[in-house]
Structures are given as C-alpha cells and as structure tokens.
Design a protein around this ligand. Sequence first.
Ligand code: IMP
Ligand code: MG
Length: 178
Amino acid sequence: MEFVEVKDKVFRKFISLEQINLVVQQIADRINADYKGQNPLLLGVLNGAFIFAADLIRRLTIPCQVSFVKYASYAGIRSSEEVKELIGLNEDLKGRHVVVVEDIVDSGITMNHLLKDIVKYNPASVRLACFCMKPENFVKTFTIDYLGIEIPNDFIVGYGLDYDGYGRNLPEIYKLEN
Ligand code: IMP
Ligand code: MG
C-alpha cells in the first residue's frame, strides 16, 4: 500500500517492513553484546512502544525481564505546567540495569522527564533504546544509546505510532502527505 487514510488524513509509505526489521535486529545485536551476563530489565513505554518492544524483545538472546510503564499527563490547577506521572512501575529498579524502550523521540521533553523519574529508583544503569528520532527538534538533554533511525520533521504513523489514537496497527510506517 503506497497510501493509507488514517482518520481524516492521507499518509504515504515511508519505512518498509524490511527496513524496520533490519533496524530492530541491529539494535538487538548491540543489546545482546552489551548486556551479556547482566540480566537487564527492559522497560517499554506505553502506548506507542508496544510493537517495537515486542519485536525487539523477541530478538534478545540474553536472559532479561520485561515490564511496561505509562505516562499520564494532568493539567495543573494553578500553574499551566503539565504534571506527568509514572503509572504501573511495580518492578524494583534498585540495582537493575534498565533499558528504556521507546518508539519515538521528538523534542525529547517526554523522555527527559521519564529518565529523571527512573533514576530516582536507584537503578545500576539506565540506557535508552529508541526506534526513531527527529534531530531537528531534539533538546539534547540525554543520550539515545541505541537509536534506530533519524527522520525528518514529518508526522508519522504506524508500527505503534498513532494519529489521534489511530494507525498504530499499520505494520509499516507512513508519513503525512502534505
Ligand atoms: P517529545 O516529548 O517532543 O519528544 O514527544 C514525544 C512523543 O510525541 C512521542 O512519545 C509520541 O507520542 C509523540 N510523537 C512525536 N512525533 C510523533 C509522530 O511523528 N507521530 C506520532 N507521534 C509522535
Ligand atoms: Mg511514546
């Protein structure tokens, strides 16, 4: 499919399944090598990372554990500041080697917040595996240790990524047709 309609917009094929599989395998190879004998905890960030995490984890050959977290945002009452909260972090991170698994980093504000929260649980180490990022907007407050693809500043859907909740089920990645 060259074009798909998601909700009220048209998207054009951007990253094929072959490319996706290649990128995921490359990240898995590096994690398998780097975490040999370390029993890492992979921490997927819901909702977007559920498909990337599932693909990545099935390519890991080292002993590892898997959990997921979700960030909820609330509008502050007095200040206009957004308050974010980790939901479902029931694993004990203390002393663990944590690999955060995320679908996309844009400005990096969301991930910056999440990484700061995770460090409070005193893990032995924290690294980030991210399927794709948009370098144009990135604030560079943290390092993406395992990065799949750098993409231009386009809006994309598929492979877990959504437009207004839709399009996560598309096996390949599409970008907004202008
Ligand atoms: P950041 O805080 O600017 O890095 O935004 C990251 C979040 O924005 C991601 O977790 C996604 O939920 C969302 N996002 C950013 N770019 C896209 C996109 O192209 N498609 C779908 N969601 C996106
Ligand atoms: Mg996300």
